[in-house]
Write a protein that binds this ligand. Structure first.
Ligand code: HEM
Length: 399
């Protein structure tokens, strides 16, 4: 096979990794990287792996230890995003009892007011970094409100979350200082939620945390460690990704003014528009799985313990599944993207993310007139697994 010069983590690809993904998908769709991981870029291979129980995380079999990716400290429980069935199934079904669509839907009018006021403020200023003024604080405020993090603590918690999100890339990508900061942020989260859980146990509350403490399934409940790991996971997963969906979608619309016009002319396209942003430029670009049994995949023999990396950004633009995949089409029918996954780990917060995005884009397309980038280039966060602009400074007018 020809030598392939591909490193998905190379910052040179960060702003636009898609031409590199296409080349890889065309020349070596199941590619063994120099680090030994199998990198998959075809939609059909990625979805097959997501649905196949022979691919997982392998924490019980101690296979996770072979990976280069973060593990919690021995004193911390593993968040269930890193667990396989049956442990994953038990915790996920307990959490499903608390994290209900009704609880999410109840927040809708409040989210609408919040995002409208942020967008109004940006318009009034005439120029604003939308990441800092709206796209990061919006989901952070929403997830804090949902979980029950008090207003006075939100800035502190948001800071830890940023550090952890950065640390989601594999460990070989991190300096030792970054790893230490990430582990400190995780410990800070643990300590913080330990106190909040104790307070809710004493006094109760009307929030997700209280429901998570109370959730019971056949007499089983989340242990203290599981609760803490779940809260941190929900907090971090619940907003860094949504920030990127809002930024990536806005950027895509600025670069495709015809699609922005379509949304303005027909806001009924907002739902399919959000799905298209998720497909076109997904916030989570990569997912890792461990192979739990020797097997064959697309003609390759793959050994137990090997690592598989699924490149969602590539699968979502596979021409075998999506017509004209590099084109943004806010009305794209039957959009089967895998931005929220496609197996047992299907995103817990997909409903919340869709609601926030729908309300944010509704506000943007109905309130904003002209909108253009105020900078020549868009700087990206130094992170690929959860990828998006570090800032998005725009000039904008009222409609
Ligand atoms: C646009 C925003 C979002 C995107 C693109 C996204 C994407 C994903 C993806 C791809 C996974 C699967 C990861 C894997 O299989 O390794 C996942 C899982 C998860 N997401 Fe999201 N997510 C988003 C928003 C949210 C929100 C708002 C929440 C919570 C409130 C959330 C909570 C979770 C949790 C807890 C899991 C683990 C589920 C499990 O292991 O069963 N996510 N998400």
């Amino acid at each position: 096979m020809a030598e392939i010069d591909f490193d998905p983590f190379d910052p040179a690809h960060r702003a636009d990794p898609y031409p590199y993904y296409s080349r890889l998908r065309e020349t070596a769709p199941v590619w063994r990287s120099p680090r030994g991981a199998w990198v998959l870029t075809r939609f059909r291979d990625c979805t097959e792996v997501l649905r196949d129980a022979r691919f997982g995380h392998g924490s019980r079999q101690r296979l996770l230890d072979k990976s280069n990716w973060r593990r919690p400290a021995p004193s911390q429980a593993m968040p269930f995003i890193l667990l396989d069935p049956p442990e994953h199934t038990r915790q996920r079904s307990l959490v499903n009892r608390a994290f209900t669509p009704r609880r999410v839907q109840r927040l809708s009018p409040w989210i609408k007011r919040l995002v409208d006021s942020m967008v109004d403020e940006a318009i009034e200023k005439g120029e604003a970094d939308l990441v800092e003024s709206c796209f990061h604080p919006l989901p952070a405020t929403v997830i804090s409100e949902l979980l029950g993090v008090p207003s006075q603590d939100r800035e502190l918690v948001r800071g830890w979350s940023r550090v952890i999100a950065r640390g989601v890339d594999p460990d070989y990508q991190r300096t030792s200082d970054e790893k230490r900061e990430r582990d400190e942020a995780l410990a800070a989260f643990d300590g913080y939620f330990r106190e909040l859980v104790a307070e809710r146990r004493r006094e109760g509350g009307d929030d997700l945390l209280t429901e998570l403490i109370a959730a019971r399934d056949n007499g089983s409940a989340l242990s203290e460690g599981e609760l803490l790991a779940t809260c941190t996971m929900i907090y971090v997963a619940g907003h860094e990704t949504t920030t990127d969906l809002l930024s990536n979608g806005t950027l895509a619309l600025m670069r495709n003014p015809g699609e922005l016009k379509r949304l303005r002319d027909d806001p009924r396209l907002l739902d399919s528009g959000v799905e298209e942003f998720l497909r076109y430029d997904p916030p989570t670009q990569l997912t890792r799985r461990t192979v739990l049994a020797d097997l064959e995949l697309a003609g390759h023999d793959i050994a137990r313990g090997d690592q598989v990396v699924l490149v969602r950004g590539a699968a979502n633009r596979d021409p075998e599944v999506f017509d004209d995949p590099d084109r943004l089409d806010v009305g794209r029918p039957a959009n089967r993207h895998i931005a929220f996954d496609g197996g047992v780990h299907f995103c817990l917060g997909a409903g919340l993310a869709r609601l926030e995005a729908r309300l944010a884009f509704e506000s943007l397309v109905t309130k904003v007139g002209d909108i253009e980038l105020a900078t020549d280039a868009v700087p990206y966060k130094d992170n690929l697994t959860i990828r998006g602009p570090k800032e998005l400074t725009v000039r904008l007018t009222a409609r």
